[in-house]
Design a protein around this ligand. Structure first.
Ligand code: F6R
Length: 364
């Protein structure tokens, strides 16, 4: 049942190229740069978007916020469902509320959805589980088609959710005229590359390198994760994965926030994972790396293949396949999953059944 893998989580990590293929299949039209999502909602019929989710799905939603705002120029807010449901949310028929969920059963997200419907919001679910409770409450569903996820720590559902967010941002951007056909086609080509890039990110020599780094730092008491822009959520997700399955305390910040407080944590015992892949802001990230090093922190940099400048400043480097910045959160997430997985394994943790956690949180 685990297909020869030690754990469901590892099996699901390696299923990602196939899961992503399934997320994308039939939805991309190269000639026109359009995406076909079979959504009946009129993309011109709302003025703002609220995305509501929990945990890993919340981090996928933060990537969605960035992508939709950049590509479709619609204001987007992202909320934690447990907060949203009790906040008398300011939504009406001009708002699209998107719920993002692997299980489709998370009680906070389900209740938040019902709350939004009371105010007349249009609703869309970005959901994995077919026929789940949320799919029956929303106006429209964009299935992520990741397949069943059994490991408690979400892996393939996350990368499929982020890919679904890319599709949604492209669809909205094209339909609302903020994304021209040329740029649309370029991004669509980058999205189409994702299954191949993730396959490459799982190459044995890359996994060996990450395993070595995980073992080197597995005794650390704390970890810090930094990333910015579309990859700030990659840092948040990396910290969550590490906490969930290794029980190492981990914090994550948007890189620019470091000097506003968390920099006080840095000493020679603190590994700091910095997402430093190709970006229009890479220079600034390299400055952050230097700031961490100047305080004796140990930098584990996630760097695009061939980027010697970013790599030069780090103690350890995780090279990942080079990707368009907009799609890079999907590729970078794989490095985060592997780092968490091999750290947990070095600590002999039961990764498929982490303590205190349930796969689906259906009670409040
Ligand atoms: C993290 C994890 C949880 C879930 C969260 C939402 O690895 O699995 O944080 O992401 O409980 O679950 P869904 O997506 O089913 O609503």
């Amino acid at each position: 049942e685990k297909g020869g893998y030690d754990t469901y989580m590892l099996k699901e990590i390696y299923e990602q190229p196939q899961a992503l293929t399934n997320t994308l299949i039939g939805r991309l039209h190269d000639e026109t740069g359009e995406v076909n999502l079979d959504i009946s909602l009129d993309p011109a019929s709302f003025k703002r978007i609220s995305i509501v989710a929990c945990g890993t799905a919340y981090y996928a939603s933060l990537v969605g916020e960035y992508l939709i705002e950049q590509l479709a120029r619609i204001p987007v807010e992202v909320d934690v469902a447990s907060e949203y449901r009790y906040r008398s949310p300011l939504v009406n028929e001009n708002t699209l509320v998107i719920v993002v969920s692997q299980s489709g059963e998370t009680i906070d997200t389900l209740e938040a959805l019902k709350e939004a419907k009371k105010y007349g919001a249009k609703t869309l679910g970005v959901i994995n589980a077919k026929g789940s409770s949320m799919t029956r409450e929303v106006d429209d569903v964009l299935y992520i088609h990741a397949g069943p996820e059994i490991g408690v720590a979400s892996t393939k559902a996350y990368t499929s959710m982020v890919s679904a967010m890319l599709l949604l941002a492209l669809w909205l951007g094209r339909a609302r005229g903020s994304l021209n056909a040329e740029k649309g086609a370029e991004l669509l080509a980058a999205v189409r590359e994702l299954p191949r890039l993730v396959e490459e990110a799982l190459a044995p020599e890359r996994v060996e390198n990450i395993t070595r780094i995980a073992e080197k730092y597995h005794q650390a008491r704390d970890y810090l994760f930094l990333g910015r822009g579309v990859n700030a959520p990659t840092a948040f997700e990396g910290a969550l994965k590490l906490k969930e399955i290794s029980y190492i305390h981990a914090e994550a910040y948007a890189s620019g926030e470091m000097k506003h407080g968390p920099i006080a944590l840095i000493d020679e015992h603190l590994p700091v994972v910095v997402v430093a892949t190709d970006s229009f802001l890479l220079e600034k990230t390299i400055s952050n790396i230097q700031e961490v090093r100047a305080r004796s922190g140990k930098v584990i940099a996630v760097v695009s293949d061939g980027d010697t400048e970013a790599a030069r400043h780090a103690d350890d480097v995780i090279f990942v396949p080079r990707a368009d910045e907009m799609v890079s959160p999907v590729v970078n997430a794989v490095a985060m999953q592997l780092l968490a997985y091999h750290t947990a394994t070095a600590l002999n943790r039961d990764v498929d059944k982490p303590r205190n956690l349930a796969k689906s949180v259906t009670v409040e």
